[in-house]
Design a protein around this ligand. Sequence first.
Ligand code: C5P
Length: 232
Amino acid sequence: MGKDVIVACDFADAAKTFEFLDKFGSARPFVKIGMELYYAEGPDIVRRLKERGHKIFLDLKLHDIPNTVKKAMAVLSHLDVDMTNLHAGGGVEMMKYALKGLTRPDGTRPMLIAVTMLTSISQDVMTGELGISGALPDTVMHYAKNAAAAGLDGVVCSPLEAKIVHESCGAGFVTVTPGVRFADGDIGDQKRVMTPAEAKRTGSDYIVVGRPITAAPDPEAAYMRCVGEFVG
Ligand code: C5P
């Protein structure tokens, strides 16, 4: 499996997204489309990005009863994205149904990745509001193991967790890691960050990078720097 840099296209609409991507020369980065852009533009944004030759991670984080998720994933399977995701908190059966829905009649399917515990959830919130006992990192690992047991391809996690996820769920279990910053860059609202080179050393398979590239004066140069440090 090849390591790659995924550019988080956290833009409000298609016009701003294409204005950004037009700054890239011949490079066609793997892009992440989140809820904001997808809900604003609908499936057409996926088709337009595909036509331009981009690989796509559709970050919609599905979470519902197994049958509903299966049917929604079957619809998404027609969009021909390369990676999509759901919440592991929906349970093992939901994840298994999602895989079935995502698998096309010819047996092919996009990669399916699970979000374990959102990084916005603290230990106090997990224990006090969600009523889940134990330590937060143990819950993250428990959810990752559930995702592996359901047959998913991997999880979204911090680069700091990539090594332990691989140790518990297997080297081939994919880690997709946001929270990446250049050594000389702003960390913004991210709390725990790693450079692309450090993320490579911890064994991340894909890094998701937003503002260090989207807000750079020369996005293509910032992207190439990320690729250089992470992929080598
Ligand atoms: O701009 P920045 O590099 O912080 O963007 C990171 C991207 O990864 C954003 O799209 C953000 O929503 C996403 N993400 C994250 N942390 C998570 C899961 C997703 O930063 N735990």
